[in-house]
Design a protein around this ligand. Structure first.
Ligand SMILES: Cc1ncc(COP(=O)(O)O)c(C=O)c1O
Length: 389
């Protein structure tokens, strides 16, 4: 890859040998480095021209009038919650299966989190379970399009309308993914994206919020800069924080935006390969996304009978497979929920991410599949997957 920088995610420890396969691989190359260098040499270190250009193009791709860049996907969700006027005394509905950033963004705004279970056949919020979790304090719902999978936004919006809730999409894992109604993240009041290393495009760190509302756009700008847009006046009018982006990172992002189709092709190629190659393995189920609807998988996810044993056996072959992240209801600091979440527990117990990423060599996927096929299913029967998973 010439002088490009290989960006791998996860704790590598000593496993950095030539045959090590990371769970994610993306390559940021010369073109990104050149653009970043230009910004640095022009003195564009903080937030200015390149960020504006990135925001303009990001919004245009999604068909949205406004995009606001910030430091991370987590900050993007926090800004969306704050822009919606949500704070102490308010409750926000969040699916039990998501990265904890979704919930922490709500806590950062001073509000509390009320968890909702997911479907039993995919880890997306159960739209039919939302209503039973609404209380007098509920102000918003955050839908999470995990791994590029689309939640049913029409259903969510119907419930939200009935109860006067703001709808926020956490599309951190779903940039450039679509369903029959358009791009994910562009189907609600506020859509949030991450530009982290393991996302569809990356600037290392970064996040974006999109909206159609001029009023919410103004609120996002205020949240991003200590409650001030433009010049400081005689007083500080309201609360905000410094959540500004950097033109150096925006420059990297501008080149990444030129690679959308190339990345999409690479993701689908790997996804199709794994999907076909893993068919028929008794201890494993591939988790598909709704590709015919336009859903674009970010990672390649499977459910296996004995998750820890499969991860261990792959690690023995120098292959990094990451277990799914824990369910949120296990975290007491999010507050007692007073209910169970049996569907999401199934995914957190059985799910793993196989090595993925737009620049993962096909040979790495082939080696991973060969190891999986060589495992003795009898050793992996600790807990059989339920049939409907
Ligand atoms: C669903 C989800 N929400 C939010 C985030 C937070 O994004 P960031 O890591 O850029 O803060 C992530 C990151 O992985 C995520 O997967």
């Amino acid at each position: 890859m010439g002088n490009s920088v290989e960006t791998v995610a996860g704790k590598l420890g000593s496993k950095t040998g030539a045959d090590f396969i990371p769970y994610w691989k993306t390559v940021v190359g010369e073109a990104e480095a050149e653009m970043a260098k230009k910004a640095v040499l022009a003195g564009h270190l903080s937030m200015g021209r390149e960020t504006e250009e990135f925001e303009r193009r990001f919004a245009q791709i999604l068909g949205m009038p406004y995009a606001v860049c910030t430091t991370s996907g987590s900050a993007a969700i926090y800004m969306a919650v704050a822009a919606a006027g949500i704070g102490p005394g308010d409750e926000v509905l969040v699916p039990n299966r998501t990265f904890v950033a979704t919930a922490h963004s709500v806590l950062l705004a001073g509000a509390s989190v009320r968890l909702v279970d997911v479907h039993n056949d995919d880890p997306l919020i159960d739209e039919d379970a939302i209503e039973s979790r609404v209380t007098k304090k509920t102000r918003a719902i955050i839908v999470v399009h995990l791994n590029g999978n689309s939640a049913d936004m029409a259903k969510v919006r119907r419930v939200a309308k009935k109860h006067g809730l703001t709808v926020i999409e956490d599309a951190a894992q779903a940039f450039y993914s679509q369903d029959g109604r358009g791009f994910l993240g562009a189907q609600s009041d506020l859509g949030c994206f991450s530009l982290g290393v393991t996302k569809f495009i990356t600037t290392g760190q970064g996040g974006v919020v999109v909206t159609r509302s001029a009023k919410l756009h103004e609120e996002l700008l205020l949240a991003r800069n200590h409650g001030v847009v433009g010049t400081y006046k005689a007083e500080y009018p309201r609360f905000g924080f410094n959540l500004k982006f950097s033109d150096v990172l925006a420059s990297v992002g501008l080149v990444q935006l030129d690679k959308l189709e190339q990345k999409k092709k690479a993701h689908l190629r790997l996804y199709h390969y794994y999907q076909a190659a893993l068919k028929g393995l008794d201890f494993l189920r591939f988790m598909p996304v709704k590709e015919s609807a336009g859903n674009l998988p970010l990672w390649n996810e499977v459910l296996v009978d004995d998750r820890d044993e499969v991860v261990r056996l792959l690690a023995k072959e120098n292959i990094q497979a990451r277990p799914f992240l824990p369910d949120l209801d296990r975290s007491r600091h999010l507050g007692r929920q007073g209910t169970d979440f049996p569907n999401s527990w199934l995914f957190s117990r059985h799910g793993i991410f196989l090595p993925s990423g737009p620049d993962l060599p096909m040979e790495a996927a082939e080696r991973t599949v060969a190891v999986l096929k060589s495992l003795d299913p009898k050793l992996l029967r600790k807990e059989r997957l339920p049939r409907n998973a």
